[in-house]
Design a protein around this ligand. Structure first.
Ligand code: ZN
Length: 349
């Protein structure tokens, strides 16, 4: 896999940054559905960032779209972020969290289309569009280029930049977000729970046990698919991996959450951990705008079993995968492997 080799090279030699063309274009899929980055995509980015930017200092930030900053006010944000050393990078749920000097947390929630991109030193930012075409500026933001200002070449990878963090070593960390739903916030450490919206347990941590999942599902009369998407039940699980985990466990997405048997909950727990772990190994799932730190698309799309596979034969039994809508989210399952009603005795072999 060319992509993996390329990523390996980057991990080994973090100085050789490059803006890559989307060489995994074949896995990209235009989708009418809205799929935000989930736990594996955010985790993968956090790991890349951790290697690349810990111990460097944010010189200042340029904000090109004011509403991308959710907290505090823009003037306070700009004043507080300047000259802060980055002490740590981690993930909590779907939030990317940077621990900054001075007991501050920088949280980044990418929502539908937000991405982080790290530029090596030497890139210029051209904001002339702001003056020449304000409407286009609101849509596209500035242009980044390696040569002289004004930029002569448009680089689609750096388009739609909403916030740019200038690092003291000359690199720039860009937050690009075509759809503008992403939010960046700065909070004092003592307000972390509030900043992270009181998330539930991390599914890949020791606190996420079968017992905890049993407890979370008890008394929940909603469809299991919908319950799994609640960030208070499990932090970081979203549409893709909820569908995959239910397929893994052989549970119909419309099953009432509080009717799962102990064995089903145990399989579901195993499935959640398995599909998320695999998703991280594959660098995340790219369906639309998601890219990693170096502009690459993750390749987990080649490994999903049911997500967006409607009409294709189930990998286990060959029955065509179906798509239904649960809680306004497209939901994919095998009607044979994931039955809503118990299998009648006559059907058992
Ligand atoms: Zn099947």
């Amino acid at each position: 896999m060319a992509c993996h080799c390329w990523k390996e090279t980057n991990r080994q030699d973090l100085k050789s940054y490059e803006i890559a063309s989307s060489r995994l274009g074949s896995v990209l899929m235009k989708s009418s559905e809205e799929n935000m980055p989930e736990l594996p995509e955010v985790e993968y980015t956090a790991r890349q960032l951790r290697h690349a930017i810990i111990d460097t200092t944010i010189q200042d930030a340029l904000v090109f779209w004011e509403r991308s900053i959710g907290h505090p006010s823009l003037p306070d944000f700009l004043a507080e972020i300047a000259n802060r050393r980055i002490l740590g990078v981690r993930r909590r749920g779907k939030f990317l969290v940077m621990d900054l000097e001075g007991d501050l947390l920088l949280t980044i929630h990418r929502r539908m289309s937000g991405n982080l991109l790290l530029l090596p030193p030497g890139w210029q930012v051209d904001t002339s569009l702001h003056e020449t075409d304000p409407a286009a500026w609101d849509r596209k933001g500035p242009t980044f280029c390696q040569g002289e200002i004004p930029c002569t070449q448009f680089d689609p990878e750096t388009a739609y930049c909403r916030v740019c963090f200038n690092l003291v070593d000359g690199r720039r960390l860009l937050f690009t977000d075509p759809r503008k739903f992403g939010r960046i916030e700065l909070w004092p450490r003592e307000r972390e729970a509030e900043a992270l919206e009181n998330l539930g347990p991390e599914p890949l941590s020791a606190e996420f046990t079968v017992e905890r999942l049993v407890h979370s599902l008890a008394g929940r009369r909603g469809a299991i698919k919908q319950v799994l998407l609640s960030q208070h039940v499990i932090a970081g699980l979203g549409n893709i991996y909820a569908d995959e985990a239910l397929f893994y466990a052989g549970i119909h997405p419309l099953r009432r959450a509080d009717t799962l048997t102990p064995d089903e909950v145990r399989r579901l727990h195993e499935g959640i951990v398995a599909v998320l772990t695999l998703g991280i190994e594959h660098g995340g799932t790219s369906f639309n705008e998601y890219r990693d730190l170096w502009g690459e698309a993750g390749d987990n799309y080649n490994h999903v079993r049911v997500y967006h596979q409607q009409g294709r034969p189930c990998v286990r039994c060959g029955t065509p995968v179906e798509r239904i809508v649960v809680g306004q989210r497209g939901t994919h399952f095998c009607p044979n492997c994931q039955r809503l009603l118990p299998i009648r005795p006559a059907e058992r072999s």
